[in-house]
Design a protein around this ligand. Structure first.
Ligand SMILES: Cc1cc2nc3c(=O)[nH]c(=O)nc-3n(C[C@H](O)[C@H](O)[C@H](O)COP(=O)(O)OP(=O)(O)OC[C@H]3O[C@@H](n4cnc5c(N)ncnc54)[C@H](O)[C@@H]3O)c2cc1C
Length: 502
């Protein structure tokens, strides 16, 4: 019988992106592929990227990753949402949580019934009707398989790459240590033929996955794919990151606190806390940002603050010839809603769906690029919303955010919600209606009217409807254990420093 040669896939780079690609390909198409991953101990990974969104839970299920092992190995904690402090105005806060709020009617989302309830003095806060949000506020967590708790993870980025390496190597992925110093292309087709390492070793491939981070060694430096810069909408171009000791129990959410010229994150893990400031260098120097971060972290520093520069935007195409950019090499939208790791897994799933088994088909490439582009633009709009819809005018940065021209697609969404409380989710859009509603309300947009369906309910019926949902949420939350206790019994990491730090 004729033995078909395995297709050679070369993954350049071994950060979160590289190892997620290795895990995804080896678990699914592993038998058909010869997968090599090249990474260099000389070139550090970006070392951040520790907050995720619920799609990672699904990705791990597809890969049949054991959640308890994964969480213990990555010092993981659970995430139910993001707390936004000082975004709408100083001393105001709200939570964008995972999950759903209330119950929708097929003609109109829950927000319309809630708005009517507010008008009639019958409704509490919008968040009172969301299990995940209330659980986050009370620092509680459990899986609740019957009801369905929507959650994601906080993970140690370095440990996650190590965990995925351990997962992928037994599935046949061959890791090669070395620095890529040269990339050879075919003069006719422009395809990448091979990469050459400092040691002189040459690695040939049929398909190359560029996971070399911001460098974009293959997609940018070799194939010259240009970059679509979004800095006129996303002003932040820098971050300074530092790790600190935990000072208390890990909370099940990320805290994002708006500062004068950017914002600060706080991500609680089992053994430490990840902190950082994202800022715009036109308004604040690296040193000032570093100072702001240091003045606002809790707990002793475990690492010196480290500045990271980036350019908001995306490659004009993510897939060119036989090279697919995944991770930071393909573009970067700042981490406000923890979307980068999600985009890595979306790229992997799209690659699997469009896998070039019998040669590369331009129409598959176009489909991949179109889908990635649409998803990134949608995420971009969602992030710009947080900055633009604000009452803050206390600093030049916030005034510039308020005054900027926003993308037309976002303008339409804001106008639709402001006028009629309506929100629709399009195909390939990550953020569902409830995310948009939570952030638009949180940032201070009050719709002018609700849907007439809500008027079909009299006060007594509406009050009962809202009250029943709230009672169910409150009762469920009251039965949950504390997040810290749940983590300790479910997935405690070895040698956790949390206890010592407390
Ligand atoms: C400030 C900041 C905060 C972030 N926070 C979040 C977050 O909370 N949630 C989230 O989802 N995402 C976040 N991200 C994004 C997240 O960090 C990345 O998506 C993720 O880490 C993937 O990075 P990467 O693997 O593409 O690149 P990297 O981690 O930079 O890895 C690049 C790899 O390429 C290798 N390499 C490079 N050049 C060569 C060469 N010449 N030869 C051999 N190997 C080479 C390196 O050794 C390394 O292994 C954040 C990003 C930043 C900048």
């Amino acid at each position: 019988m004729e033995r078909k040669e395995k297709q050679k896939v070369v993954i350049a780079g071994g950060g979160t992106a590289g190892w997620m690609v290795a895990a995804g390909l080896s678990r699914t198409l592993g038998n058909l592929l010869d997968i090599k991953l090249v990474e260099s101990d000389e070139i550090a990974t970006v070392g951040v990227g520790e907050a995720t969104i619920p799609s990672l839970v699904l990705f791990h299920r597809l890969l049949e990753i054991n959640e308890q092992e994964f969480m213990a190995a990555t010092q993981g904690t659970f995430k139910l949402g993001i707390a936004f402090d000082n975004w709408r105005e100083l001393n105001h806060d709200y939570i964008h949580s995972f999950g759903t709020t209330g119950k929708d009617h097929w003609t109109a989302g829950f927000q319309h019934f809630w708005m009517k309830g507010r008008e009639r003095g019958l409704a509490g806060d919008y968040g009172d009707y969301c299990l995940e949000l209330k659980a986050a506020q009370e620092n509680r967590f459990a899986h609740l398989p019957r009801i369905g708790m929507n959650y994601a993870y906080h993970i140690d980025a370095g440990l996650y790459a190590k965990f995925l390496r351990k997962f992928s190597e037994p599935l046949g992925v061959q890791r090669i240590e070395g620095k890529i110093v040269e990339v050879t292309t075919d003069p006719g087709s422009g395809d990448i033929r091979s990469i050459k390492l400092g040691s002189g070793t040459e690695i040939e491939g049929d398909l190359f996955i560029d996971c070399t981070g911001f460098r974009g060694l293959l997609i940018g430096q070799t194939l010259k794919v240009d970059y679509n810069d979004w800095s006129h909408w996303l002003f932040a171009d820098s971050a300074v990151a530092a790790q600190t000791e935990s000072t208390g129990d890990a909370v099940p959410y990320v805290r994002c606190t708006a500062r004068d010229s950017g914002w600060q994150w706080r991500i609680p893990l089992q053994h430490r806390v990840g902190n950082g400031m994202v800022y715009c260098s036109r308004y604040i120097s690296d040193e000032q940002a570093r100072q702001t971060l240091l003045e606002n972290v809790k707990g002793a520093l475990l690492t010196e603050p480290r500045v990271i520069k980036f350019r908001p935007g995306q490659r004009n195409v993510h897939w060119k010839n036989n090279c697919i950019a995944v991770g930071l090499s393909s573009g970067f939208i700042e981490p406000l809603e923890s979307t980068s790791i999600h985009l890595i897994q979306r790229a992997i799933i799209r690659l699997l769906q469009l896998f070039p088994q019998h040669g590369i088909n331009p129409v598959d490439v176009a489909e991949f690029n179109q889908q990635m582009n649409a998803e990134l633009e949608h995420i971009r709009d969602f992030i710009v919303l947080h900055y633009h819809v604000t009452n803050r005018e206390d600093t030049p940065f916030w005034r510039a955010c308020r005054d900027m021209e926003i993308p037309e697609s976002l303008r339409h969404r804001i106008d639709l919600f402001r006028e009629s409380g309506r929100v629709f989710r399009g195909p390939n859009e990550l953020f569902a209606e409830n995310s948009w509603i939570q952030v638009m309300l949180g940032q201070g947009i009050t719709p002018k009217q609700h849907h007439p369906s809500a008027d079909l309910m009299g006060d007594a019926e509406l009050s009962r409807f809202l009250g029943d949902i709230k009672t169910t949420v409150d009762r469920t939350v009251a039965q949950l254990p504390s997040h810290q206790a749940y983590v300790e019994q479910y997935c405690k990491a070895p040698d956790t420093r949390t206890a010592a730090a407390r």
